[in-house]
Design a protein around this ligand. Structure first.
Ligand SMILES: C[S@@+](CC[C@H](N)C(=O)[O-])C[C@H]1O[C@@H](n2cnc3c(N)ncnc32)[C@H](O)[C@@H]1O
Length: 252
């Protein structure tokens, strides 16, 4: 299965992370081969990374991500006009950051396996309010063409369940589009009904055109969350593939 490796710098920009945020207990879900947990952990953040691709074969993910990054370098160089380069500067820095990130992930999962937990939304194994801040990049909304709205609601409620303060999700557009996920307002209304207000923050990170907003869920004072949630059955992360054909544009 294809795996991506966004960098600590990208996470900091996508989620508008401050030094105060990085002093909190943080969950990254899904983390893939991102370098966030490695770099944040090295800086002293109490961080946990979750992905269904961890487990016995997790150590090969860094290699897979590096292979994918080579494929993407060709693609983003040849298709440079499809992307916004104001944050990365150009394909060279894009590839360097992602490759460094995949290497940092590969070294860290060997050195600190306790940071990397196999798991899948919409059901995580952590007790309620285990993390101050929960970050989720490039699964929800990004793959909205493939994941049902019910799955999204169940996954969002699960992320809220394990958060004490906030959940931040980036981006809010499909990876194939510059438009917000169609069910976004309905999902926000449903969460509001559970006592989870939300806002959309514009952030100083853009690569995929139109993808420059983070959804922030305020988890501080919600009421009881529903325990039976539909949507889990429509998504098998083991069989799921990011790319279905060789002609498909790689996700950003
Ligand atoms: C595009 S990657 C994003 C990874 C990382 N956040 C980054 O930005 O590099 C999407 C990740 O979602 C993971 N995934 C797929 N289904 C999932 C699920 N049900 N729950 C949690 N993660 C899932 C995949 O294994 C993959 O690593």
């Amino acid at each position: 299965m294809l795996v991506t490796a966004r960098s600590f710098e990208e996470y900091r920009a996508m989620f508008a992370l401050t030094d105060k945020d990085l002093a909190l207990r943080v969950l990254d879900c899904p983390a893939g081969a991102a370098g966030f947990a490695a770099e944040a952990g090295a800086r002293g953040t109490d961080v946990v990374a979750v992905d269904p691709q961890y487990g016995p074969n997790a150590s090969r993910l860094g290699r897979l991500a590096l292979h994918e990054i080579e494929h993407r370098h060709r693609y983003v160089t040849e298709s440079a006009t499809r992307y916004e380069w104001s944050w990365f500067g150009g394909p060279e820095r894009y590839t360097r950051l992602r490759a460094d990130s995949a290497r940092a992930f590969a070294a860290d999962i060997e050195a600190h396996p306790e940071r990397y937990v196999e798991g899948a939304l919409p059901q995580l194994t952590f007790p309620e309010r285990s993390f101050d801040l929960v970050l989720s990049s490039h699964l929800l909304f990004s793959y909205g063409a493939r994941l049902s709205e019910e799955f999204h609601l169940s996954a969002l409620i699960e992320l809220v369940r394990v958060a004490r303060r906030e959940v931040r999700i980036f981006p809010v557009v499909l990876h194939t589009s510059d438009r917000r996920y169609a069910g976004l307002d309905r999902l926000r209304t449903a969460l509001d009904g559970l006592g989870v207000p939300s806002r959309l923050d514009r952030v100083d990170y853009v690569f995929q055109p139109g993808a420059d907003e983070t959804l922030v869920l305020d988890c501080a004072v919600h009421g009881p969350l529903p325990t039976a949630r539909p949507g889990a059955e429509d998504h098998d992360p083991v069989r799921w593939r990011h790319l279905e054909g060789t002609d498909a544009a790689p996700p950003p």
